[in-house]
Design a protein around this ligand. Structure first.
Ligand code: UVW
Length: 268
């Protein structure tokens, strides 16, 4: 019997890992409980009769830390969730049964990279820069691509390089680049399935403004039911000059969760 994976390898199919390594102290939004990894049972703590032992570790984390996907349960606007349900009444056993991360099907979809620093001829977008609709259109046109219904669109700002700095709340005072409300409407108008970026909040955060307003979250999650993926590593994909690929993304099947860590792959 032939091995289907071998066929893929022989056909030259490759992938780029878009997920960031989970580490205690990595950059994250201060909105969320941080990632912690500990080793409560070390080798030798309990030795078996045969001389063997096992080390067992433990993680605790907000579901919106590291590379992750936002479920539709995550954000409400003016007391309403996507679909109009009362957000304050919502929870497990209620609307989160329909909007939790367990309802996001594994993704095997056309992925499109819109590389904004590549377009602008810079290393990375300035902190707090709003990526405009003109930027999005020019980045797609530069590669002869059209964004279409069902796509997963990944917007690279270059900010992901700051993960190397290691500070947990890096960049919040100076702002974080990303799309704004207009960019979110542009994506929603094209019927995308999900949109992601290489930053902690997907959309632009104004210098000193923190998370005071999140218009792109409102437009995509609440108004249009478009999932958001954050803290992606898009550097290698840009270096590889890959702008169209198959995006493979599987959220954890956590019942009713507002988000989930993910490890997406760009396959080409
Ligand atoms: C932000 O910090 C806004 O990230 P998330 O959408 O995961 O809450």
């Amino acid at each position: 019997m032939s091995d289907p994976l071998l066929h893929l390898v022989q056909a030259g199919v490759r992938y780029v890992d878009l997920g960031r390594q989970l580490r205690t102290g990595m950059p994250q939004s201060p909105n969320h409980p941080a990632f912690h990894h500990s080793l409560p049972r070390r080798h030798g703590d309990m030795e078996r009769a045969d001389g063997g032992s096992a080390a067992n570790d433990m993680i605790s984390t907000g579901t919106h830390v590291g590379t992750h996907i936002d479920a539709l349960a995550h954000v409400s606007q003016d007391g309403r969730l996507h679909g109009g349900a009362d957000a304050r009444e919502a929870g497990l056993g209620g609307r989160f049964d329909e909007l939790g991360v367990h309802t996001i099907a594994p993704m095997l979809r056309r992925g499109v990279l819109l590389d904004i620093p590549g377009l602008l001829g810079i290393e990375r977008c300035a902190d707090g820069y709003e990526i405009t609709v003109a930027d999005l259109e020019a980045a797609a046109a530069r590669r002869g691509l059209e964004v279409g219904a069902g796509d997963v669109v990944l917007v690279r700002s270059g900010w992901g390089q700051r993960f190397a700095e290691g500070a947990p709340y890096v960049g919040l005072d100076s702002g974080v680049p990303g799309i704004g409300e207009a960019g979110a409407h542009w994506l929603a108008d094209r019927g995308v399935h999900a949109a992601g970026a290489d930053t902690i909040a997907f959309e632009r955060l104004a210098p000193g403004g923190g998370h005071a307003t999140l218009p792109a979250h409102r437009v995509l999650l609440v108004e249009h039911g478009v999932y958001i993926i954050e803290a992606l590593d898009l550097e290698e994909l840009a270096r590889e000059d890959r702008h169209e690929f198959t995006l493979v993304l599987i959220p954890l099947n956590i019942y009713g969760a507002t988000g989930s860590p993910v490890r997406p792959l760009a396959v080409f």
